[in-house]
Design a protein around this ligand. Sequence first.
Ligand SMILES: [Zn+2]
Length: 94
Amino acid sequence: MKIPEKIKTYCPKCREHQEHRAQQVHKGGRDDRGMAKGNRKHRRRTSGYTSRIGEKTDPVKQSKKRKVLLECSECGNKIEKNYPRSRKKIEIER
Ligand SMILES: [Zn+2]
């Protein structure tokens, strides 16, 4: 999937449509939500000597997350845009 370098989209800071510059973010894998409720519970249960609970292993995912950073040309505000995993490859056209 090809993405144009300049995208005109809504900027929440300017409150109107502005031209945005697309920039690819090389960040893959799972969402890092270290303070999520499930993570806190797991840490509490696995801490200490007793109550040993098996560590959950992360399933190996076939594709990486598709994330594109859009930078507003007017105010410089950055917005993250996620594309579905079904898109195998993302390229930014120059
Ligand atoms: Zn803006």
